[in-house]
Structure formats: C-alpha cells, structure tokens
Design a protein. Sequence first.
Length: 179
Amino acid sequence: MSRKLENSELYRLDVTGFKEAKKSPIIIILDNVRSLNNIGSVFRTADAFLVQKIYLCGITATPPHKDIRKTALGATESVDWEHREDTLELVNELKADGVRIVSVEQAENAVMLNDYKVGAGETVALVFGNEVKGVSQEVVSASDTVLEIPQFGTKHSLNISVSAGVVVWDIWCKQNVQK
C-alpha cells in the first residue's frame, strides 16, 4: 500500500533555489494565448521542468493577474518571463542567437513528437498558439521545425496547457537522456 506524501516530503526548491538552479535548455513562447488559466498552467509546467524563460507575446496576458495566479500557484514568481508585442520579431532574435524554434502545430511536413530528435546541448524554444487560431502562419513559416502531437480520437486538438505539458515533458526527457 502507498501513502500519499506530504508537501514537506517532496523536497522542492524554494523560489531562491529555483532562481539559482541550472535551467533546462527549454524556452516557451506563448503566441497570443487568450485564456488566463492556460497561461497560469503553462507557468506551473515551466516551473516543474526548470524552463529557462517564458515569453508572453501579443495579447497573452501577463502577471500579476488573479486568474493567472490561481492556476500558476506561485510559479509566476519562480519562472523568468517577459512580454513581447511581436512574436515573429522575438522568434527572429532567438534564431539569431542559435535557439532552435519549434512550433507546436498541425501543419504540412510536421514532425510527430515521438519522432522528434533533440540536438545535444541545443536550446529549444517551443511555440504554443492561440486556443482557436493556433500558432500564427508567419511564426510557423519562420520555425526550424513544426511538431505535432499524435492524436487518435475524434477531436482535432488538445488544450494549449495540456499540449505544453506533453511537449515540455517529452523534450525534457529527450534532453536528459543525452546527459
């Protein structure tokens, strides 16, 4: 029989410890995400996997906001973030710095997530899009890779916060297998 652990038994980092910890070579870009709950959930995922930074672009709301805080549960204080008006401009800056831009979208020539290979030591910026329109076409076109999460049911997509959890976990695992 298993006993649920108390929070004190989980030995998690505090905010200072998180800030000082070595980060995963993962960046998250939210391209015009509307839902405050989705934004907060992505912050929690970013905290869980020591993501370097979240870029909140376009209409994506920024902390502090009570609805972001409600789902982020403090992750807006631990995870580094920045707002940018123009997603494409940010993508081009990151590419110039050697960051691999990976849009998560259903598109022609998309690579299925299970087939995607991560380069050793490569920093990856994962772009997640608007709940209705997805990642903008101009950002998809500027991306180095487009990833698709395989799905087998009747629905056409996953919620953006679910997609972020699935993809960040997968990339994190692939990066850490190489160590």
